[in-house]
Design a protein. Structure first.
Length: 243
């Protein structure tokens, strides 16, 4: 579960400040894709950056399920603690897939896996790591391409690698920003359906930003943001915004 509670975020703008997020509260439930939409500049990416603990809000809380620690407020963590939480609990998929050109598909996932703190050491840990990577490559339909490098893949395939990489640590929360913007409509629909399927299968609380509602069917609920504020909320059965 991830919940933003009354989050406000401002950025310096000359001698005043602009409000990117204005008192936003929303919740992403486990196993559901919560869509966030709105015009360009409305604060969608800022909301994801706060949810990802990459930016600390001016005020408000960011509640995230953190294993045995229960639900913690990420907005109160030190930088080191936030980095640990991000590494263990949060998967992030950006607009561009940001793959490392020299690495194969399998290596992209292995590098991410080894950054982790929860990894078991020794040969049994390595077996578990390899099994997890194979499971994810199967799940995103890339097992046959595991030894290819990014330049040998299509845009849609690269985005699949980025999604698998985001899930390596079995995160509680998956944050996805405009995953289809570099793809044609058909490939975009496949990526959206894939994210929905993996969210349901792995039970992640997924927040997905999109300005394009052609893929609305893949979202379980939808929050519309205008000028940093929640304008509209269309719920699903189990996902809800709190105001
Ligand atoms: P969206 O993703 O919906 O297009 P953003 O969250 O990127 O919107 O931006 C919301 C507002 O915050 C915009 O006015 C944008 O110019 C501003 N903004 C975003 N990031 C920064 C930053 N790092 N510094 C200053 N202003 C920013
Ligand atoms: Mg954006």
């Amino acid at each position: 579960m991830i919940e933003l509670q009354k989050v406000t975020l401002t950025f310096p703008d000359g001698d005043r400040r602009i409000t990117a997020i204005d008192d936003v509260s929303l919740r992403g439930e486990d196993g559901f894709v919560t869509g966030i939409t709105g015009p360009s500049g409305s604060g969608k990416s800022s909301i994801l950056a706060v949810a990802a603990t990459l930016i600390r809000p001016d005020s408000g809380g960011v509640l995230i399920t953190d294993g045995d620690n229960g639900v913690i407020d990420a907005a109160q963590l030190s930088r080191t603690e936030a980095a640990r939480l991000r590494r263990d609990r949060i998967g992030i998929v950006f607009q561009q897939s940001n793959l490392i050109p020299a690495l194969t598909v399998r290596e992209q996932l292995r590098v991410m896996s080894r950054l982790g703190g929860r990894r078991q050491r020794g040969s049994s840990g390595k077996l578990a790591e390899d099994a997890r990577i194979d499971e994810l490559l199967e799940a995103v339909g890339l097992i046959a391409h595991a030894n290819k490098r990014p330049h040998q893949l299509s845009g849609g395939q690269r985005q699949r690698v980025a999604i698998a990489r985001g899930l390596v640590h079995s995160p509680e929360v998956l944050l996805v920003d405009e995953p289809t913007s570099a793809l044609d409509q058909e490939k975009g629909a496949e990526i959206m359906e894939l994210i929905a399927r993996l969210t349901h299968e792995f039970g992640t609380a997924t927040l997905l930003v999109t300005h394009d509602l052609v893929h609305r069917d893949s979202l379980d609920s939808l929050v519309t943001v205008v000028d940093g504020r929640i304008r509209e909320f269309t719920p699903s059965a189990a996902s809800s915004a709190v105001r």
